[in-house]
Design a binder for this molecule. Structure first.
Ligand SMILES: Cc1cc2nc3c(=O)[nH]c(=O)nc-3n(C[C@H](O)[C@H](O)[C@H](O)COP(=O)(O)OP(=O)(O)OC[C@H]3O[C@@H](n4cnc5c(N)ncnc54)[C@H](O)[C@@H]3O)c2cc1C
Length: 526
């Protein structure tokens, strides 16, 4: 049974997918016979099978550094510009999800395979007992109760179970803080038109998750194929305070104030019109101290959210779907719900991963003081995800769903985000100091050495001039980092280039895995 407070289709942000998100979608599609999941995992298959579901081409991650009152300086290959390709060509590319369409599609698919879906539900209670869960609430003014074997809280920041179970917040132990001002816009100009003559990168700059780093934080700009652009500024506490002191009255004024401070952004958004009112949220982070217990589990977005930086949300969420599905598969037949060990493992994994995402992102915010620091810190993220994707595609294993996200549990990558954050803070003094050229070079060199044992993508290479394509030659050359011989890697390469059959991760329970049932009772049925 699937319960929703609102109705679909509905507007939502959190739109940019990544290679690891799409790998999870493929796994879910193949393992559970969900063709749509498999087909939505690349831009090419999406267009072929679901052209009516709106999406945007995302070839990689594009970053620019802007300075107040100065147009973006096109200094050729010396520009403050970083492009990291995530796919070798358009058809295998990731996508931005127009969430109103995509979420509606998934709900319709769920209904089509027999899920009992109810919307406009207001949940008011959850009573978790040893053998069942009773959930109560109202729907269109009528009270109801239901009993289920298990409850998964996917309420995002809505915090349903957090309230019901009085789970304390863990936000104080985390580092990242940001406010957001955002909307969807029509008429945003392409950066290639606003800043003509930039050297060609590994893909067209604009068909990516575009990041504009500014003094107050950064802006994401995600272009859908029909030209609509999702854009939002994340403001650090220091950045927000500086703006407040000059007095922005409402979200639209705050937006204008930020745009006008940066001339290239002002050109890009000169003709842009918001499609929904520009909105402001003073704090986007949340974090709880528990993610699972007997007969309940939370999706990552209900448990914690760090930041849109590095687009970790969808990938982490889908990884959790894989994990919970495996936990249901291995449940004892007499119980039909994940056993306590699986739930403890899930809880432990999410806690460690939320901390890791927080440290990687907090380091990146610290590094925004200077673009050289930022470009170096970003390599940490790209090394972790490219290594994870290549190893999981080349040598697929069912247990990969439990691999730690962003290097958690990896003896090389695991400790790095904490160490980079410490080193960056030494340079910035936690107040945005840019450090000396020597300190910045030293940090970049240290990152390059630190990621070397997992650097299968040729990252942190000065000769690249901050333009990183997907480079299969480097991957082949570095086969030993993946524990493979050159021949083994060459054999597996089609799985990476989209030229071979998808890696088959099969299960004897594939397709006919029985879902736990939810039994309705009470005076008013839904
Ligand atoms: C500013 C911002 C930018 C982001 N950008 C990215 C990005 O670029 N890439 C990325 O991968 N991730 C991004 N994310 C994260 C992404 O939004 C989440 O990972 C994703 O939305 C999680 O999906 P979900 O279905 O678990 O939760 P949500 O999308 O939050 O959905 C929660 C659902 O629960 C419903 N609900 C809430 N309370 C109740 C209740 N009491 N009863 C019933 N229903 C309820 C809501 O109506 C909603 O439909 C971003 C997040 C934010 C905040």
């Amino acid at each position: 049974m699937l319960l929703e407070r609102g109705t679909h289709p509905r507007f939502a942000i959190g739109e940019s997918s990544t290679p690891l998100a799409n790998l999870s979608l493929e796994h879910l599609g193949i393992r559970y016979g969900l063709a749509d999941c498999y087909n939505l995992a690349t831009h090419g298959r999406w267009l072929a099978h679901f052209p009516e579901i709106r999406r945007g081409l995302k070839r990689g991650f594009t970053y620019y550094r802007h300075h107040p009152d100065q147009p973006f300086a096109n200094r050729g290959l010396d520009s403050e510009r970083l492009l990291v390709a995530a796919s070798p060509h358009d058809s295998l590319s990731d996508t931005h999800w127009l969430r109103a369409d995509v979420d509606h599609h998934f709900v319709r698919e769920a209904i089509a395979v027999g899920v009992d879906y109810r919307d406009q539900v207001e949940l008011t209670g959850a009573d978790i007992a040893a053998d069942s869960v009773r959930v109560s609430g109202t729907r269109k003014g009528s009270a109801f109760e239901l009993s289920a074997n298990f409850v998964i809280d996917a309420s995002g920041p809505g915090g349903f179970l957090a309230r019901q179970l009085s789970i304390p917040s863990g936000l104080e132990q985390t580092e990242t803080r940001a406010a957001i001002v955002f909307s969807h816009f029509d008429g945003v100009r392409l950066m290639k038109d606003v800043v003509p003559g930039m050297p060609a990168g590994p893909y067209p700059d604009d068909w990516a998750a575009v990041h504009h780093v500014i003094d107050e934080g950064w802006m994401y700009s995600l272009r859908f194929d029909d030209g609509v652009t999702s854009a939002g500024f994340q403001l650090t506490p220091r950045g927000a305070a500086a703006l407040n002191s000059s007095g922005a009255a409402d979200p639209a004024s705050l937006w204008r104030q930020l745009i006008q401070r940066y001339p290239t952004l002002a050109s890009a958004f000169a003709e842009a019109t918001p499609l929904i009112p520009i909105a402001f949220r003073p704090l986007i982070q949340h974090r709880l101290t528990r993610a699972a217990g007997e007969r309940w589990a939370m999706m990552p977005h209900a448990y914690a959210f760090v930041d849109p930086l590095f687009s970790t949300g969808i990938a982490w969420g889908l990884r959790a779907v894989e994990r919970l599905a495996l936990a249901f598969e291995s449940a004892a037949p007499s119980r039909r719900v994940p056993d306590p060990d699986a739930l403890t493992r899930y809880d432990t994994a999410l806690a460690a991963e939320a901390d890791q995402i927080d440290r990687v992102v907090a380091g990146a915010y610290e590094a925004m003081a200077h673009f050289d620091l930022f470009a170096a810190q970003a390599m940490l993220y790209f090394a972790a995800v490219s290594f994870a994707e290549a190893s999981q595609r080349l040598a697929p294993k069912e247990s990969a769903a439990w691999n730690g996200f962003l290097g958690v549990g990896d003896p090389v990558l695991g400790p790095l985000p904490g160490e980079t954050l410490r080193r960056l803070r030494q340079i910035t003094q936690r107040r945005g100091e840019v450090g000396t050229a020597e300190e910045r070079r030293g940090f970049a060199e240290w990152i390059s050495q630190a990621i070397a044992p997992r650097n299968i993508a040729g990252l942190a290479d000065l000769a690249r001039r901050n333009l990183y394509p997907v480079d299969f030659d480097v991957l082949i050359e570095r086969h030993a980092l993946l524990g493979m011989s050159r021949d083994q890697l060459l054999e597996g390469l089609p799985a990476l280039r989209g030229m071979g059959p998808p890696a088959q991760i099969t299960s004897s329970r594939q397709r006919d895995f029985p879902l736990p049932s939810a039994e309705l009772f009470g005076s008013d049925r839904l």
